[in-house]
Design a protein around this ligand. Structure first.
Ligand SMILES: [Zn+2]
Ligand SMILES: [Zn+2]
Length: 113
C-alpha cells in the first residue's frame, strides 16, 4: 500500500540549505577594503535548494510497511463492508414487512367483502 512520503509530504522534493559561492563578490568576501554585504565577508552564501527526496526517490509516495490502524482494508471486516451489509439486510427486512402487511390487507379485505 502506497502512502504519502512523510519526509517531503508528497512533494517528492525536500528543501536543504546549501552553501554557495557569493556571486556579488565572486566568493572573495569583499571589494577591496569593503566587506561584501551579501555574505558579510565570508565569501559564501547559504541558500535553500530543492533536491529529490531520498526516501521516496521523488515519487512523493512510499510503500507503507507499518500498517496504521484504521487505514487497512481487510475484506469482509472493514467498517464500510459491515455497514453496507447491515444496510442491505435492513432494507430486505423492511421490504419483507411491507409485503406481509400488503398481503394481510388484501386477505382481510377479501374476507370483509
Ligand atoms: Zn559576498
Ligand atoms: Zn519523499
Amino acid at each position: 500500500m502506497l502512502v504519502k512520503c512523510r519526509d517531503c509530504w508528497g512533494r517528492g522534493l525536500i528543501s536543504i540549505t546549501v552553501e554557495e559561492d557569493c556571486r556579488p563578490c565572486n566568493a572573495t568576501g569583499g571589494y577591496g577594503d569593503q566587506i561584501c554585504v551579501f555574505c558579510k565577508g565570508n565569501g559564501k552564501q547559504e541558500s535553500k535548494k530543492d533536491v529529490t527526496c531520498d526516501t521516496c526517490h521523488g515519487n512523493g509516495k512510499v510503500e507503507d510497511y507499518k500498517k496504521q490502524p484504521g487505514t487497512e482494508n481487510t475484506p469482509g471486516f472493514g467498517p464500510g463492508n459491515g455497514k453496507s451489509g447491515f444496510g442491505s439486510f435492513l432494507i430486505a427486512f423492511v421490504i419483507f414487512i411491507i409485503v406481509l402487511y400488503v398481503l394481510f390487507r388484501w386477505v382481510f379485505a377479501g374476507i370483509n367483502l
